[in-house]
Design a protein around this ligand. Sequence first.
Ligand SMILES: Cc1cc2nc3c(=O)[nH]c(=O)nc-3n(C[C@H](O)[C@H](O)[C@H](O)COP(=O)(O)OP(=O)(O)OC[C@H]3O[C@@H](n4cnc5c(N)ncnc54)[C@H](O)[C@@H]3O)c2cc1C
Length: 409
Amino acid sequence: MVKNMRDAVVVVVGGGPAGSFSAFELARRGLDAEVFEEHQSIGVPSHCSGHLSIRSLRGLGLYPLPAGVVENTFCAANFYSPNGSKFSVHLNQPVTCAVNREKLDVFLAEKAKKAGAEYTVGSRIQSLIMVGSAVKGVRVVRGNGAEEAVLAKVVVDAEGISSRLLRQAGLRPLNATALVYGVEAEVDRADEVEEHAVEVYVGADYAPGFYGWLIPRPDGSAKIGLATKMGNPKELLQRLMRRHPAASRQLKNSKVTKMTFHPITLGGTIPQAYGDGFLAVGDCASQVKPTTGGGVVFSLTCAQIAAEVAAEALQKGDVSSDALQPYQKRFIDKVGFDVDVMLRARRAIDSFSDEKLDRAVRFAAKMGFGNVLRDVDEIDFQGRTLLSVLRKPSAYATLAYLLALYLPI
Ligand SMILES: Cc1cc2nc3c(=O)[nH]c(=O)nc-3n(C[C@H](O)[C@H](O)[C@H](O)COP(=O)(O)OP(=O)(O)OC[C@H]3O[C@@H](n4cnc5c(N)ncnc54)[C@H](O)[C@@H]3O)c2cc1C
């Protein structure tokens, strides 16, 4: 039974990147934002490799990041076909970085707190308070089991991929058939890898429907992972480490020190991410790149837009679905074209057989396609990059670009 009831202006569900950046953007506009995070600590447990575009982080005002958050920067990728053929892309400057996700999440939460947002950790949002089809607040369960009702003018749902509350709000959840199942692990050492290159492995035997990756750290350790449409991700990772012609060489002396599992949504953004008094941001709205599964930059981008629209609606005193609808339009304007192009690329890539991948990688390496991509620096908004590469004289650039879609994770 709920004993306590109180009011907030905006309740944010979840202290991940989408939640904390929404809270920061709300608080810096002078709005009262309260974040509820079910875990006791922000950023824990992390399931993410934290491979992010430097240019996009800069565009969001988040780069350079504080010391310790960035573990490495990358200006190259080595792409391995199922039989171990290699195609390398070297860019003129670092375009991506790998962050420590726990530290990034803590940094974003501290930034939101400094702007005035409040955090309550160890408290799970059990359900939405609904009046008809309108969201009017949340029911919170504290770590000690106590329940509380918090009424809010707007609830920002940043709960991640479970999208439980999204369904309660009456919205269509993300496309479950477009999920892949990820495993992210840490190893104490990786041999024969370049310090500033990510390694990408494809092949149906190792990562059916997706790919595997290795992200080195300067101290010689690395993050490795893969996602798969079918099969057991842990067994597939073991197979990648033991049997893949390139990965098995690089990881033959490695010890796995940590392993986590989590799904990734590749189906493109949900058709409606707003309702009466409700906005959905980040993984729960499937704001994730369908090519690579990267969701952090899209989450942050959409969080900014959600806060902007919520602030406008609150100022007008109208938080109805109609008043919050511009959120969908603005985020589609920002990422919709790229998501559409990436969905098409994803379908094309999924249809490649292992033999075709082997041939394509050998061919791309022989023709030196890595050089066509040397100037590419747009990673998160890939549709525009695809177009810029297509404008290159050679039609083969298309093939090279499809392969390079695997570059960022
Ligand atoms: C294996 C793997 C590797 C990945 N690597 C990358 C990468 O390299 N680069 C990249 O950009 N993306 C990557 N991603 C995707 C990325 O992790 C997500 O897109 C990103 O974390 C989405 O942020 P979010 O804030 O929406 O959700 P989350 O980060 O999942 O945060 C949601 C938060 O809400 C909290 N929460 C959930 N329910 C409740 C509740 N009811 N009450 C209170 N709190 C709640 C959770 O505890 C969590 O803290 C990877 C994903 C996986 C699975």
